[in-house]
Design a protein around this ligand. Structure first.
Ligand code: EPZ
Length: 416
C-alpha cells in the first residue's frame, strides 16, 4: 500500500502547472455514449478515476486510447447497457452513465454507487429528475433498472443544486422530445464544460453556469473534439501549498475566475494574491489571520477545498470557524490533523480551528478520502519532522503526480 513521506519545514518557491479537471472530464467522457464515432479529448488528467471510466466504457463495448493526456473514445453499437457493480463500486461517478444510456438506448441497468467516507451519497435527485422526463426506474438487488418509451422534455426544479444530478439530467435531455428546463441547476464550471461539449456534438443547451438551464432536444448528436478545463481544485490545492509554507508559488494553466471564493478568503486572511489571465500566484507571507469559511454550491467556497483550507488555518493567528454544508461527514481529516498536534474542536457540521504557527508535529496519519489526503500532505509540508500519509491511493484518484509537482517547488516529499 503506497505511502507518502513528507518532511516539513521547506518554503515552496517557483512555478507549477494545473492539469485537466477530473470532475469536468468524468461527465464529458460518459456523454460520448450519446453519439457513435470517435471522440477526442485533450488535457485529460492521468488519474485512477479516468482509468475507471475507460474500463466502464470498454465494458459497454467502446474502445479507448490514452496517451500524453489525450484520450480517444470510439463509441460503437453497445454490447450491453449494464454498468456492473465491480466497476461502479470503484467510482461513484459511474452513475453518470444513466442519463446517456436512457437518452440513446431507452434502457439502463446501473449498479447503485454506494456511499463513501464523506457521506451516504444518495441518488434520489438523479432518479426523480430523469423520471420526470418519462422513464420508470426501480432499484432491485443493488441495481437501478430504468427504461423508457422515449424521453420527453419537462420542467424540473431541484431541491438543491446537485452537480451530478444536473449533469445526468442534461445528458438525458439532449435527445429528448421537446424542451427541458432545469431550475435550481448546479452552476459549477464543470457544468459549463459539459454543456460546451454537448453543444459541440450538436446539442442545444443554453444557460449552463446559471441556475436555469434550457435544453432543446435534437434528433441525434455527432462525436467531436474538446479540451478539458483546468482543475480548479488542484489549482487551489497548489496555491494553498505555497501559502501554508510561507513560500511564493505561481500556479499556471489555471482559471482564476473558477477559484474566486478561495482567492478572496486567502486575501482576507492576509495573503498577497496576484491574478493573471491563466495563472494565480501567492507571495511570501510571515503571518496570516484566521478567517471563517462556509462551504456551499458554486460560486461560494467549494467543499472540495474545505480540508485543504483547514490545514492552512491550523497555521493562522486566531480561531477559524469552518462550516461544511454540502456533505454530512466531511471532517474525517480532523482527527488526523489532531494527531499532528493541531488544535481543532469538531462538531457535526462545524469545526473550530485554533491556529498557531509551528504547532504541527509530524506523525503517521491515515488518508480517508481524496481531499483529506491532500490536506494531510499540505499539513506535512509544515509539520516539524516527518509525516507519513498512509492509504495514499485516495490521492491518486484526483491528483496527477502531486509529489512531483511539490518536489519541483522544493518540498521534501517522496512516495514509498
Ligand atoms: C460532485 O459530487 C463532485 N464529484 C464532488 O467532488 C463534489 O464534492 C460535489 O459535486 C459537490 O461540489 C464529481 O463531480 C465526480 P452533489 P456529486 O450531487 O455530484 C446530496 C471530489 O472530491 N445529494 O452536488 O455527488 C449529496 O449527498 C468529489 O472530487 C442528494 O441528497 O455532488 C450531497 O450532500 C467529492 N441526492 C449534496 O447533495 C442526490 O441525488 C451535494 O451532492 C444527489 C446529491
Amino acid at each position: 500500500m503506497d505511502k507518502m513521506l513528507v518532511t516539513g519545514g521547506k518554503k515552496l518557491k517557483g512555478e507549477v502547472s494545473t492539469g485537466g479537471a477530473k470532475n469536468a472530464a468524468l461527465p464529458i467522457l460518459f456523454s460520448t455514449l450519446l453519439a457513435d464515432g470517435e471522440h477526442i479529448f485533450h488535457n485529460v488528467p492521468d488519474l485512477m478515476d479516468i482509468k475507471s471510466t475507460r474500463d466502464l466504457l470498454e465494458s459497454f463495448g467502446c474502445e479507448t486510447e490514452f496517451s500524453k493526456n489525450t484520450l480517444k473514445i470510439l463509441v460503437r453499437p453497445l454490447k450491453t447497457y449494464e454498468a456492473h457493480y465491480d466497476l461502479v463500486r470503484k467510482m461513484r461517478a459511474s452513475i453518470l452513465c444513466l442519463g446517456p444510456l436512457l437518452a440513446r438506448h431507452q434502457q439502463a441497468r446501473v449498479s447503485m454507487p454506494g456511499g463513501c467516507a464523506i457521506g451516504s451519497r444518495p441518488i434520489n435527485y438523479h432518479l426523480d429528475a430523469i423520471g420526470q422526463l418519462g422513464c420508470e426506474s426501480e432499484v432491485t438487488s443493488g441495481y437501478v433498472v430504468a427504461k423508457t418509451q422515449g424521453l420527453k422534455g419537462a420542467r424540473i426544479i431541484f431541491d438543491m443544486p446537485s452537480v451530478g444530478a444536473t449533469e445526468n439530467l442534461m445528458m438525458a435531455a439532449v435527445l429528448a422530445n421537446g424542451t427541458t428546463i432545469i431550475e435550481n441547476a448546479a452552476k459549477e464550471p464543470e457544468i459549463v464544460d459539459l454543456a460546451d461539449y454537448l453543444n459541440k456534438m450538436g446539442a442545444k443547451v443554453s444557460g449552463a453556469g446559471r441556475s436555469i438551464i434550457s435544453i432543446e432536444g435534437v434528433k441525434s448528436l455527432k462525436p467531436a473534439e474538446h479540451t478539458i478545463i483546468p482543475d480548479r481544485i488542484e489549482a487551489g490545492t497548489l496555491l494553498i501549498a505555497g501559502a501554508i509554507t510561507g513560500g511564493s508559488v505561481k500556479v499556471n494553466k489555471c482559471r482564476p475566475d473558477h477559484i474566486e471564493a478561495l482567492i478572496s478568503k486567502m486575501r482576507e486572511s492576509g495573503f498577497d494574491i496576484e491574478v493573471g489571465e491563466d495563472c494565480v500566484s501567492v507571495s511570501e507571507c510571515k503571518e496570516w489571520k484566521a478567517v471563517d469559511v462556509t462551504t456551499a454550491p458554486h460560486p461560494a467556497f467549494p467543499t472540495d477545498l474545505q480540508a485543504q483550507f483547514m490545514a492552512l488555518m491550523t497555521q493562522s493567528k486566531g480561531s477559524s470557524i469552518i462550516t461544511e454544508t454540502i456533505f454530512e461527514n466531511r471532517f474525517m481529516h480532523v482527527q488526523e490533523l489532531i494527531r499532528l498536534n493541531a488544535e481543532i474542536s469538531p462538531k457535526t457540521r462545524v469545526c473550530i480551528v485554533r491556529g498557531e504557527q509551528g504547532q504541527l508535529m509530524g506523525a503517521p496519519v491515515m488518508a480517508t478520502d481524496l481531499r483529506a489526503s491532500a490536506c494531510l500532505v499540505l499539513a506535512g509540508l509544515v509539520a516539524k519532522g516527518e509525516t507519513c500519509v498512509n492509504r495514499i491511493y485516495h490521492l491518486d484518484r484526483g491528483y496527477e503526480k502531486l509529489e512531483d509537482k511539490l518536489t519541483k517547488l522544493g518540498a521534501s516529499i517522496k512516495r514509498i
